[in-house]
Design a protein around this ligand. Structure first.
Ligand code: FAD
Length: 148
């Protein structure tokens, strides 16, 4: 059998899924949420924020284990390791196994109602408050800023 190689000038400049979403390992902007979301029915506010930013969505492991989100969105020690420019985490406590997959993010923004949540120690910016109040306000502010 003869195997030949063909050289071309083709170069991959961008990779997107069929839905136009950048896969998590390559995403520069990630919006992630955890058990603080209370249930899968509340995820629209996370998706709205991700769409406004042009970000990819992620989640903590228990969220995927509970079937609230697909497993390919689970980040951390046993999930996808990411290194985006911006990681926004809402309702995630910041367990060491979660941080293992996200602590190479350039800027980490944490939204948590518990001021003692461990994630605040790893955060560049922290918002102490109810994510159901904060996230829609953040989305609205980004839409105003981007005129969308
Ligand atoms: C071997 C092993 C491997 C693991 N691997 C991973 C992994 O890869 N990835 C991973 O994520 N986990 C992993 N885990 C699990 C990890 O230890 C934590 O249990 C998990 O990360 C917690 O998920 P969570 O932060 O979503 O939930 P929780 O710990 O329940 O935290 C929920 C947070 O939401 C906040 N909250 C609640 N309501 C609101 C509200 N209305 N507004 C704002 N904040 C709110 C709470 O204050 C709390 O901080 C692993 C565990 C083990 C033992």
């Amino acid at each position: 059998m003869t195997i030949s190689t063909v050289q071309t000038n083709l170069r991959v400049v961008e990779r997107k899924t069929s839905e136009g979403i950048v896969p998590l390992p390559e995403a520069e902007l990630v919006v992630s949420a955890g058990r603080g979301m209370k249930g899968p029915e509340n995820w629209a506010i996370i998706e709205d924020l991700a769409v406004a930013l042009g970000a990819t969505t992620a989640c903590s492991r228990p969220v995927a284990d509970s079937g609230w989100r697909p497993h390919h969105e689970h980040v951390g020690q046993t999930g996808v390791a990411i290194r985006p420019n911006l990681y926004i985490a809402a309702g995630i406590s910041g367990a060491i196994q979660h941080l293992a997959g996200v602590n190479n993010s350039k800027v980490i923004v944490v939204i948590n109602k518990d001021p003692e949540a461990p994630f605040f120690k790893a955060a560049d910016y922290g918002v102490v408050g109810d994510l159901f109040d904060i996230v829609p306000k953040l989305t609205a502010a980004i839409k105003r800023f981007k005129h969308i």
